[in-house]
Write a new protein. Sequence first.
Length: 304
Amino acid sequence: MGALHADTVLVVDDDPDSLRTVASMLESAQITALVANSGRAGLDILSRTVPDLVVVDAIMPGLDGFETTLKIKQDPALAHVPVIFMTGLTESEHVIEAFEVGGVDYVRKPVDLDELLARVRLHMANGRAVHASTASLDATGRMMMATDTSGELLWCTPKAERLIARTLPGWDRSETNLPAEIRSVVERLLSRSGTKGGSARVERPNCSLELAIIEHYRSNEVLIRLTELNPQRDAQKLQLQLGLTQREAEVMLWISYGKSNSDISEVLTISPRTVQKHLERIYEKLGVETRSAAAAMAIKVIGQ
């Protein structure tokens, strides 16, 4: 499956006139239009290339727009692609269903082409921003995911996906729901007042998975950091690979877990001042000047 480099939109509609009209509008706006006259044909195109956005008719024979979108969102390689629905339906339940299966917007038929073009451009830009942010987080070793305010998974970085699957074998990203153990922890975190900064753990026999709420943003999106806690193994890695003392490795470990000096003081039963002294020696040994630079180095070592 390959990504296209120009602005590219896949249009899926069983009505030839509508398909032709929308495709012509896109081409006149210097946007490459791929066309499919059925949901199956659309998925066949998507198996070979990844467009910037999909415009799909809600009601089609065979695989309709709702089912087509659900399959798109279940594919990790396509989940980030925004989907706009075209519908002639006026019933609110169909609009709700469009959003429930993963659509980002909808337009009524007969389509106002200027309105559709504006929405296409807006959601292409938003989709690229989210995808780029996810890729950037993954490249730096960050294991992040986002849920809505009810705990439904919206996206996660590939490393977070692998961590969840490793911690709870049998789960994969093609499933739209988080594993029950993680979902219950997320729901518990979200039910607390002032949840920003809150954290909770999923305990497993050999390690723990910590979930921490980083930020609420947009109207319905919660950013969550995942951290695999295996202190003995990870501290040993840091000590051996970075030439640290055992205590320095322990301090650096908890820095990489996102803990403050006061948190580390409690965990290691040493004073905050002693934590700071260890940090200063760590900075000198690693040739870094900031806490974030040390944490980034630790995350890289632990992730190897």
